[in-house]
Design a binder for this molecule. Sequence first.
Ligand SMILES: [Zn+2]
Ligand SMILES: [Zn+2]
Length: 352
Amino acid sequence: MRAAVLETHGEALSIRSVPDPDPDDHGVVLAVEACGICRSDWHAWAGHGEWVDDVPPEGQILGHEPAGRVIETGSDVDTLVEGDRVAVPFCLGDGSCPHCLSGHGNVCPNGLGLGFEPDAPGAFAELLHVPFADYNAARLPDSVRYGEMAALGCRYVTAYHALAHRATLTPGSWVAVHGCGGLGLSAIQIARALGGRVVAVDVREEALRKARDLGAHETVDAGAEAVPEAIRERTDGGADVSLDALGIAETCRNSVRSLARRGQHVQVGLTTEDERGEVSLPTDYMVGRELEFLGSRGMPPTRYGELFGLIETGVLDPGALVTREVSLEEVPDRIEAIGRYETVGIEVVTSF
Ligand SMILES: [Zn+2]
Ligand SMILES: [Zn+2]
């Protein structure tokens, strides 16, 4: 099969032939129909993440936002058959530990990062092996297209889990979204659907325009205004929930300082080589206002059903975030474009 392979960090991915995967007893093989391209692919390509043991080895096939069709099943697979259309999260659980069994497979200690580890080659490829497939593969409703679902593998589900399960978002809450890339734009659409009022922050006018198109009530140009003050003013006292969807020190601290009293910061963006996983925070300020700082990672595979229900009924529309469909050959260029902040919305590979 053909795949996009990381040969050397920081150098263009190579599009070449690699052996087809065989399913493990508990796994299935998918024909990949679509796979989103994400900032995490850029981090992986650049070799970031050594501080959390997250650097993929050279030789890794990247790609972690897949949707596809089951073409082969392992002997122990019970719930999937050939021809099933499925989506797969990037944070794969083993399906059997206490975390997986209690519905938190996104933090499984025996889990695999799809597209980041040798035991979980990614989906910038014609075929994909899904381990522990009964647990990890979520069957798609017939009405949902593959291209829409590819956006769900990572950014959309990450934004959904952060706002629907980690934060306590009540109707009318002000939600600040720092960084309007694919993750931030997903969060804007979801916050609106959950009854939030949204203030979106970015330095790029094009990204802020897209944020307004998706329903942001207020926008803040971080290049022109002091962000915490601008948000506190626009929201009459601060955001109730604030998401750092980028993951640099400035957006993280701005997010914390933009909160209302007893507000919740949710960290979803991962940091860069500049922070190396460490950001200093205004802790006395947080104590005095009883602020919460929450981490949020992907979404447990067991929560896909509720999200599919909202998509099927038109409450959520991830397809609205897809701005471009590309071929496997274009993946190396589009990953590097993310690093240069040249992409808007979500780009999806749909031809392999
Ligand atoms: Zn587990
Ligand atoms: Zn991603």
